[in-house]
Design a binder for this molecule. Sequence first.
Ligand code: GAP
Length: 460
Amino acid sequence: MSENTAPTPSLEDIVSLCKRRGFIYPGSEVYGGLSGTWDYGPLGVALKRNIMQLWWKMFVDDADNMYGVDAAILMNQKVWQASGHVDTFSDPMVECSNCHSRQRADKLADPNKCPVCGKTSTFGEAKQFNMMFQTVVGPNFAKTRQEAAEGSDFDEKMDYNSNAVSYLRPETAQGIFTNFKNVVDSFYPDVPFGLAQQGKAFRNEISPRDFIFRSREFEQMEIEYFVHPDQWEAEFENWIARVHAWTDALGLPESSVHELEVSGDDRAHYSKRTVDFEFDFPIGREELLGLAYRTDFDLGNIQRVSGKSMEYRPKDGSPAYVPHVIEPSFGLERAIMAVLSAAYTEDQVNGDKRTVLKLPKHLAPVKVAVSPLLKNKPELVEKAREVYVMLKKEFGAVMWDDNGNVGKRYRRQDEIGTPYCVVIDFDTVEGDTTGTVTVRDRDTTEQTRVSIAELVRTLQ
Ligand code: GAP
């Protein structure tokens, strides 16, 4: 039996486990890293996909008025001009008078002390720093490389045609709004209906920090839910309930999830009401995801700038209107960090400390680990292989584990959150219990004998 010992993990506990066990590594680590970027290893990518699939199932497949899209990351620059991001998607930035490092002004713990050099500093007045990553699409430089080589100076060579400027999208939402009319024309949905998208978003954060919590490249899962303007309040309340169903499905304790009504000054430029869902992360209570009432801000802007109507015509012949939007916006990295923090447990098993990730079974990267008790006994290995193949066919995410002794394997599987370990031992191949295996439960550490014929059904 296991006994719970440690309270909430520290951020270092999570970072260290993620690195050690192949969940998440620092981006470009072999070259010294690239600040604000992270790479997912074999277990991290499995966890990430399980969360993405759960989200898609809950919000798209299980609903009858939701449609998925997958828009290009690079979009016409007019998208970001119309949406207000070119003008307003910025954070206040200050510079340390000693080390000249640049910091986010609204996140400075001490307005007189630099968090980088540690010295007393004057930061001066904040400047607005636009967080979009700008790029150039196509070979659209004012001069080609050859023309530049034939006499122009270097700066001229880099003087690109400003019409070719694009941005790595800072939110997935705009790829949904720009496809609103396409989906309406293809599917004739009744309002209310939603468009959902999962994908990368990029922000040149002034101070990326706290592991994957604030990164420069991350993944969003967003829904734009189109409603009649008179219905937005009721629909907003429905979405509050749906978001709670989501945090439950992630296995986050209700007591660690908090709603924060965001005040007018702190809301994004497009929102008339925002509720942030915060979570008690190891770094403190911070935003997990946001729910915003975006009004007709985005469709209205598209209509104005593109000159194309974004009006919706109800089938019953009532007057056409531009729908309003409720937007639940889920950050995948923050979901991963919350799931890992909630699952991370230290307890005692037979007097020994153990670290165990008590992940909800549907999110665990590996569902079952299969081991022969001893790897130098061909009769055990052969039987274990048979069991492994059988389980893999059924559950997919099954790991073969014959490293070290059984105790070490259990510890390793506990640390990665594998709900069950199946061990093939001498009792499997001889004596009264032939045809049975040991199934060990991650959370209770209890071991039971189950016949191979019943194993799939038992694990299900
Ligand atoms: N479309 C609305 C939107 O993008 P947001 O509050 O800026 O709203 C939504 O972002 C969610 O995206 C946040 O609640 C958070 O989960 C995630 N997110 C935002 N910036 C992030 C960053 N730098 N690193 C990781 N996740 C981030």
